[in-house]
Write a protein that binds this ligand. Structure first.
Ligand code: ZN
Length: 138
């Protein structure tokens, strides 16, 4: 896609710090660097939503391999996240860290507040309603 920033990175129109590249995929340093080494793994084919990636098993295998590689480099954790709507091109975030890093804690401050808010937890009033709405049966 012509106006997609990630497609421009794939084409080399916009420079990036590449961690890995093959015919189908590219991994490069995220501009925001939640932690040192914060990486985006993307398919080269422009797809908006991860749910529409044709060979998602192959894509996730590469994500896993890079995550394991970071673990082998000495990181205790490598968080994997799929979020963000700023760039409509599938991207998986890999966030290597060692648990108690200030940059990591700062990046996830909002999430920590959400997780510790007991008013957000499913309860008698809404738990069954949510399950009824979202229940998955294969
Ligand atoms: Zn794109």
């Amino acid at each position: 896609m012509d106006d997609c920033i990630f497609c421009k990175i794939i084409k080399g129109i916009i420079p990036s710090y590449k961690i890995y590249e093959d015919k189908e995929y590219l991994a490069f340093l995220d501009i925001s660097q939640f932690t040192r080494g914060h990486t985006l793994v993307i398919p080269k084919k422009h797809v908006n939503y991860i749910w529409n990636v044709k060979n998602i098993a192959e894509y996730m295998k590469l994500v896993q391999n890079i995550g394991k590689h970071y673990r082998n480099k000495g990181y205790i954790y490598v968080d994997m996240m799929v979020f963000g709507r700023d760039v409509p091109h599938v991207h998986v975030h890999l966030i290597p860290h060692n648990g108690n890093q200030t940059d990591y804690n700062n990046a996830l401050k909002g999430i920590g507040e959400l997780q510790s808010d007991i008013n957000r937890r499913p309860n008698k009033e809404n738990g069954d309603k949510i399950v009824n709405e979202l229940k998955y049966e294969n």
